[in-house]
Design a protein around this ligand. Sequence first.
Ligand code: SDX
Length: 442
Amino acid sequence: MTESATKLEFGGKTHASTAKLELDGKNYEFKVRSGSVGPDVIDIGSLYNTTGAFTYDPGFTSTASCESAITFIDGDAGILLHRGYPIDQLAEHGDFLEVCYLLLYGELPTKAQKDDFDYRVTRHTMVHEQMSRFFTGFRRDAHPMAVMCGVVGALSAFYHDSTDISDPYQRMVASMRLIAKMPTIAAMAYKYHIGQPFIYPKNELNFAANFLHMCFAVPCEEYKINPVLARAMERIFILHADHEQNASTSTVRLAGSSGANPFACIAAGIACLWGPAHGGANEAALNMLGEIGHVDNIPEYIARAKDKNDPFRLMGFGHRVYKNYDPRAKIMQKTAHEVLGELGIKDDPLLDIAMELEKIALTDSYFIEKKLYPNVDFYSGITLKALGFPTTMFTVLFAVARTVGWIAQWKEMIEDPHQKIGRPRQLYTGAPERDYVPIAKR
Ligand code: SDX
């Protein structure tokens, strides 16, 4: 099977217009499409009907599942853009609801648009009072991510009036409800976990400050918001808001393609995010630093990470797309130092281990050859621990932030006139057809 492509010059770049495929002595031609930036795609939608063959790409390492205008990642250059804006500029200058607006509607909001959006989201932060009884079905020591999967999935039972995905108004209401209620539910999951009373949202607080208040305030005394910590929390939410077609976003898109209601789709995304290879890596990375225990033990763990017979991996290192530094990791590292400094934590042993581990790993030929750099999860755990969260809450915070990304991608898919239910095919390697054998003859 050989491939060649006819090249066209435009936009200062040579673009293939078609790709040729030779299979079993026959020649086929497929259209090549170019995006605004990034790799071209070969449109193989007609491949099976014209050649009788499927493509095979189990981890979707070379497969574009959709067309999207929301987020662009250049893994080699370590670039992350949301609607064209670099993540470092958004993290530096924006607030989380501003980034939510940008992801949902494609442009940075005017002052009037921002005020209206903030007002609408803020007034959806309370949950139906009956939901508080829903938590009592869980054991106190249930992992907060298990609670999130259950409670968010149950939102469709409480807010059935915004589940008709064919109605743009209901889609908008469901989106506002999800963005607004996720921090409240996450804080309730935390309070339930530690046996403290739920704290209601306060409308005068911004997104991150409100979340910190709902998590750390107690009825017995006034909770004072530390602006440095609130800003750090806001930045952490911005860094985790969206990341093109990662595993959990692809899960949300696939669930949404069947017409499932948005609450069920987001619950599916939460379940996928929980995996240690994905959003669960921030919890796993901090647990790993704790297991390493001292900088003197780092060489042993580096050796284990390189050992093919040892399933151990350096959690918080490596990425499917970033083959250079994850731009979010740099900002997370800076935020970690800011938070530790503000809290007067001079020598955090975990941070010392993380810095030393990063230094050693980045000079080790194994990590250099395999292009394994720290990702967003490497420093987030240290920061979240310093902010007062237990490790079991780390992926919950990731889910709170990523909800807007899941919603924006789900909205883009639903509004795509060409979208259809996702239904991958397979390479079948099982038994060919055979007749049933009665048990007496087996
Ligand atoms: C997130 O996709 C996204 O955008 C995700 C995310 C988002 O914002 O949504 O960015 C969030 O999930 C970040 C990633 C968090 N996960 C971790 O930190 C877990 C540790 N990392 C690995 O499990 C791994 O790097 C992945 C899952 C992140 C990526 O795996 P790939 O792209 O499938 O790469 P691979 O597993 O094929 O690894 C390539 C090679 C392998 O060696 P060989 O088989 O080629 O000899 O690199 C090795 C791996 O063994 N390798 C590691 C390693 N990661 C990969 N070796 C040691 N430690 C690691 N962390």
